[in-house]
Design a protein. Structure first.
Length: 412
């Protein structure tokens, strides 16, 4: 590979592995979207295999298993979370913890030298192998336990329509008729676990970011609340029909994606064949990281990029700066997040409901006044804000009554 001066692509070799990091929207769109079929593979995630992740869709190589993507959005198991003590909550929390702190995908010594997984884990430089082994039971539990519970419901003929149920029906029927199955039981388990993990963890982490930025930016919160009052009124909760009309609220979400993309370096792709980009030769098997963080904070695209300012996307005549909505936080091309519409809709209805029902402020200090503080972050793999204190007051009795009614209806 030969770099061109001032290139938006950084490349390097480490012990026989070729890497490129894409720093601009244009290089990421050209390679991962327009030439997407060439970059649809994943590198091998040896450390994640050690953690017990192997059958999970996000880490799968490109190939016939891709069929799962079309269907994985269906709700995974048909199981209920019956209250805050539900064992499924603890299970999901453990796996989130494991993912959140496992480091950037494909970046451990084992990913470079797969044989390193057989070295003793007590060696000082094998910290990530120790981490993988410590968390392996949590990953295995989330792959196995809800799946077993869904099968139990099926056997008792109590199962509701779910992803696992529909796939298992096909699997059993093919087996009964002696027809080959295009997917294995491990594929079904992995795809179902993906819904749970990829969906739960990312959405929850983004809700925490929304709360943080609303707390830190009181004027943005007021402006979004005014929009909710104008479109929804004060006497009911926002509904799905309101969502497309909540333009500023949507910009608050877009600005949250931009200012802190959860996967700052994306999830790496790998190239399937040799390619040439801007005179640069990219050999087959190169690991490709989109540097989403750099794209989202490029001062040539976003003025004052570290300022949380949803108005930046509004046209100039409306007091904004006409800047482009962020892309890349859900990935690129053929491996783009399949849950993006589900995630976006869930986040918008949560955000609109929070804005309608509560004022979010800094936590109160000993003097009873809102007291600003610096939140703490974890940047191991995902960029997530750690739990922090807030103060919440209800906005209107009617909105709170409507919220309580909804909660009661969910619990019965
Ligand atoms: C705010 C929420 C979310 C964010 C920021 C997010 C982000 C991402 C990113 C960056 C990727 C990698 C894309 C690439 O390689 O180019 C990805 C992949 C994926 N996401 Fe999400 N995601 C979110 C929610 C969800 C939800 C709700 C689901 C499922 C219900 C989901 C399922 C998946 C799956 C299955 C993949 C792997 C796709 C593949 O490898 O082909 N995600 N996501």
């Amino acid at each position: 590979m030969r770099p061109t001066k001032g290139s938006d692509v950084l490349f390097f070799h480490t012990f026989g592995t070729k890497w490129i990091v894409l720093h601009s929207f244009s290089s990421a769109t050209e390679l991962l979207e327009r030439r997407g079929s060439l970059y649809a593979d994943r590198p091998r995630f040896v450390m994640f295999e050690e953690m017990g992740w192997a059958p999970t869709l996000t880490w799968l190589r490109w190939g016939p298993r891709r069929f799962s993507v079309a269907i994985v959005l269906k709700i995974a198991y048909g199981l209920d979370v019956d209250g805050p003590q539900s064992p499924w909550i603890k299970l999901a929390e453990d796996s989130s913890e494991a993912v959140g702190k496992s480091g950037a995908p494909a970046s451990s010594i084992m990913d470079r030298f797969p044989a390193a997984r057989y070295l003793p884990s007590w060696l000082p430089f094998m910290e990530r192998l120790r981490y993988a082994r410590t968390w392996r039971p949590a990953i295995e539990a989330i792959t196995r336990l809800p799946f077993d519970a869904a099968i139990k419901l099926m056997n008792a003929e109590k199962a509701e329509e779910s992803f696992v149920q529909s796939r298992m029906k096909i699997w059993f029927e093919n087996s009964r008729q002696g027809c080959p199955n295009r997917f294995s039981l491990e594929d079904i388990k992995g795809a179902a676990a993906t819904i749970l993990i990829a969906g739960n963890d990312t959405t929850a982490a983004t809700v925490m970011l929304l709360v943080l930025y609303l707390m830190q930016n009181q004027e943005v919160q007021r402006k979004a609340q005014e929009e909710i009052e104008r479109i929804v009124g004060k006497h009911r909760l926002p509904s799905w029909n309101d969502i497309p009309k909540l333009r500023y609220t949507n910009l608050v979400l877009q600005e949250t994606y931009r200012i802190n993309p959860l996967s700052p370096l994306g999830i790496p792709h790998a190239s399937i064949a040799d390619d040439v980009y801007n005179g640069m030769f990219i050999p087959k098997g190169t690991i490709v990281y989109p540097n989403v963080w750099a794209m989202m904070h490029d001062p040539k695209v976003y003025s004052d990029p570290f300022r949380f300012w949803p108005d930046r996307y509004l046209p100039k005549e409306e007091g904004g700066n006409g800047e482009p909505l962020p892309i890349g936080h859900f990935g690129f091309g053929r491996r783009i997040c399949i849950g993006k519409y589900l995630a976006e809709n869930s986040l918008l209805i949560i955000l609109a409901t929070m804005l309608a029902t509560m004022n979010i402020d800094w936590p109160l200090g000993p003097d009873g006044q809102p007291t600003p503080f610096e939140p703490e972050w974890s940047f191991r793999g995902q960029a997530i804000v750690l739990p922090f204190g807030i103060s919440i007051t209800s906005r209107s009795e009617k909105a709170m009554a409507a919220l309580n009614e909804e909660i009661d209806a969910l619990q019965t």
